[in-house]
Design a protein around this ligand. Sequence first.
Ligand SMILES: Nc1ncnc2c1ncn2[C@@H]1O[C@H](COP(=O)(O)OP(=O)(O)O)[C@@H](O)[C@H]1O
Ligand SMILES: [Mg+2]
Length: 223
Amino acid sequence: MNNLLQLTSIGKKFHNGQEEVSALKNISLQIEAENYIAIVGPSGAGKSTLLHIIGGLDEPSGGSVTYKGRDIYAMGEKERALWRNQKIGFVFQFYHLIEELNVLENIAIAACGRLTKSAFKTALNLLKYLNMEERRNFFPSQLSGGERQKVALARALINDPEVILCDEPTGNLDKDSQDKVVELLEKLNIEKQKTIILVTHNLELAKRAKKTITLKSGEIASN
Ligand SMILES: Nc1ncnc2c1ncn2[C@@H]1O[C@H](COP(=O)(O)OP(=O)(O)O)[C@@H](O)[C@H]1O
Ligand SMILES: [Mg+2]
């Protein structure tokens, strides 16, 4: 497996009024293409911060992140936004679907912010892949938590990203739905060669990844 993302000596400090919080300290990490990594650790350990930094959403205070050898924080804002849109898919705990749009529209609109014919076609194919085709005209309020998360996953896939970053995607789901979402992540890793980074509290689910990283107080405790 070749190196896709390289984190070198990443640090992240936040300022809460007078107080300075060191959320990440000297994190170095290699992420190979097609790998499936779980990040675990207690609340406040820095998991979300790390995921945001990997995905180009939040600039580190120190260190670098390279994607195929390119420093993503050396790019301009626009270029990085474009890179993120093309290469990275995000899935969050609370879905963040648009209540006024139906399932198909929620997915299609993530293509380029417009509901084009080709975006609808891709969205429908994704729904078929996720066995959710019959829900295409439903609104988010008419779906179960597990179904909403599948829609969020389809939305993350609309631009065929290389990397899928998931922040506690099963945190709000019952056991059955948790398993289904994780099975889908495995399927995407194996069948579609997606590189997956999964932040989870659930050690059972983390075990199913190819590699587990434990964060404690902003540092890698074991990997
Ligand atoms: N935007 C922010 N402003 C200030 N402090 C933050 C911010 N985001 C995270 N933190 C702090 O950084 C630390 C790590 O947070 P986070 O990455 O959310 O941890 P986790 O996802 O592992 O629960 C915590 O102490 C948290 O309070
Ligand atoms: Mg978090």
